[in-house]
Design a protein around this ligand. Structure first.
Ligand code: GAL
Length: 395
C-alpha cells in the first residue's frame, strides 16, 4: 500500500515536471512497474462526462510493456480520463477476453498492443460495430478497424542493428570472412519481420559476397524466429546452433538479435557454451535493465532504445484529438510541441491488402556502453544505481 502510494506520488511528480516543461513534450521516466495490479481499473474521476480509455498490454513478463502500461496509465489519468489497464500474460485468448470486458464496460477508445496481430478480429469487429476507435499501439493489428497505428520505425530498428554489426566488424574494409547468426522475434508480432528485414537488408550483400558466413545456414525469418520473444526459446536454439556448428572451434563473430529478451538467451548461451576467446558482437532492442548491465559488462554490444514515454505522449495526444473530433494527421505533429521527432506515414503499414493504416512513427536510437548515460540517464529515463549500473527511474 505504502509502495503503491509512493509510486503514485512519484508518477505525479514526474507528470507535474512534464507540465512545467511545456505540456506534452517528451515525458520523464515513470516507474518500470505499474502502480496497480492486474486488471487495473482506475478510480472514477470527478465529473459525469469523463471518458474511459481501455489500455490492453500484452504481458508483464517482458520489461518494456510494464513501462508502456505505466506511462500510458499515468498520462491518460493526468489528462482527466478514466483508464482500464490489462496485461494478458501473452495469451491471445486472454487478451480477447480482456478487450471484450473493456467494451462491455463502455470504453470510449482502445489502446491495444496486440499479442497476436491476427488474433483479434472478433473484438476488433465488435469495437468497429460499437464505434470505438482503436489505436494499435507499437504492434499493428491486422484488422481494418485499427483506426491509427502509433509505433517506432520498426524497419529502422533492424537496420540500426545490422549497421552496428557491419561497423563493428568493419565489413567494408576487413578481409573476413566473418561468421554470424541471427535470432528474430515472435511470428505473431507484425513488428518482428520488419526488424528482421531491416537487419537482413544490411547484411545480405555481405552474405551474398561471402564476406559474412552463417554456419547454421539459418537465414530465413521462420528459421530464426522466437515464439513470444521468450528468452528460454532463444537460449535453447542458440545452444543447439553452438553445439551443432561451432563445437569444432569455428569462430563466432556476431549474433544479431532482434530484441533484448532474445539477446539475453543468446548471451547466456554464448557465455556458457561458446569455446572461442573472442568478444562476440551481440545486438538487442528495448534497453531492458538486465541487458543494460550486460552492455556495461561487455557481454552485449548494443541495444536499440525506443523512448516509450514519448510513444505514450503521442498516443495520448492522438487519442485526445480523436475523442474531441479533431483532425488527426500530420498537423497533429506540427501543433503538438513535442520535443522529439515523429513522422506521419500513410503508406508503410497495411492492415489488409490495400488498406493502409495511418501511422505515427517515432525514431529509435542506438545505445552502447559509451553513450548509455547520455542517451538514457540525461533525459531521465534511467538513473545510475549505487552499484554503477542503470536502474529504471522510480524503480
Ligand atoms: C515488439 C516491440 C519490441 C519488443 C518486442 C518484445 O513488438 O516493438 O520493442 O518489446 O515486441 O515484446
Amino acid at each position: 500500500m505504502k509502495k503503491t502510494l509512493a509510486l503514485i506520488l512519484a508518477a505525479c511528480m514526474s507528470l507535474s515536471l512534464a507540465a512545467c516543461g511545456g505540456g506534452n513534450s517528451s515525458a520523464p521516466a515513470a516507474s518500470s512497474k505499474p502502480a496497480t495490479s492486474q486488471p487495473a481499473a482506475s478510480q472514477p474521476a470527478a465529473g459525469g462526462d469523463t471518458k474511459t480509455v481501455g489500455i490492453a498490454m500484452p504481458t508483464q513478463s517482458l520489461e518494456r510493456w510494464n513501462r508502456d502500461g505505466a506511462y500510458l496509465d499515468e498520462q491518460f489519468k493526468a489528462a482527466g480520463y478514466n483508464t482500464i489497464v490489462t496485461y494478458s500474460d501473452n495469451k491471445n485468448e486472454q487478451q480477447v477476453n480482456d478487450i471484450q470486458n473493456m467494451l462491455s464496460q463502455g470504453v470510449d477508445l482502445l489502446v491495444i498492443a496486440a499479442i497476436d496481430g491476427n488474433g483479434l478480429n472478433t473484438v476488433m469487429n465488435d469495437a468497429g460495430a460499437a464505434g470505438v476507435p482503436v489505436i494499435a499501439y507499437d504492434r499493428l493489428i491486422m484488422n481494418d478497424n485499427s483506426t491509427y497505428y502509433v509505433s517506432f520505425d520498426n524497419y529502422t530498428v533492424g537496420k540500426l542493428q545490422g549497421e552496428y554489426v557491419r561497423d563493428a566488424l568493419d565489413l567494408d574494409n576487413a578481409a573476413g570472412p566473418f561468421n554470424m547468426e541471427f535470432t528474430a522475434g515472435d511470428p505473431a508480432d507484425n513488428n518482428a519481420p520488419f526488424f528482421f528485414n531491416g537487419a537482413m537488408d544490411v547484411m545480405k550483400p555481405y552474405i551474398d559476397s561471402g564476406k559474412v558466413v552463417v554456419p547454421s545456414g539459418q537465414t530465413a525469418f521462420d528459421a530464426v524466429a522466437t515464439d513470444q520473444w521468450q528468452t528460454d526459446v532463444a537460449l535453447d536454439r542458440a545452444q543447439n546452433v553452438l553445439a551443432s556448428f561451432y563445437a569444432d572451434g569455428t569462430k563466432l563473430d556476431a549474433w544479431l538479435c532482434s530484441n533484448d529478451s532474445t539477446s539475453m538467451g543468446v548471451t547466456q548461451a554464448v557465455t556458457q557454451d561458446y569455446a572461442g576467446g573472442n568478444a562476440v558482437v551481440i545486438t538487442g532492442q528495448d534497453g531492458d535493465v538486465a541487458n543494460l548491465r550486460n552492455i556495461k559488462d561487455g557481454k552485449q554490444s548494443m541495444t536499440v532504445y525506443k523512448a516509450v514515454a514519448n510513444e505514450a505522449v503521442v498516443t495520448l495526444d492522438l487519442a485526445k484529438a480523436i475523442l474531441e473530433g479533431k483532425t488527426a494527421d500530420a498537423s497533429l505533429i506540427s501543433a503538438s510541441g513535442w520535443d522529439f521527432d515523429c513522422a506521419y506515414d500513410t503508406e508503410s503499414y497495411e492492415t489488409t491488402p490495400g488498406h493502409k493504416c495511418p501511422s505515427f512513427l517515432l525514431v529509435p536510437d542506438v545505445v552502447t556502453a559509451d553513450n548509455m548515460e547520455e542517451k538514457l540517464v540525461t533525459p531521465g529515463y534511467y538513473v545510475v544505481g549505487a552499484d554503477g549500473y542503470l536502474e529504471a527511474t522510480n524503480g
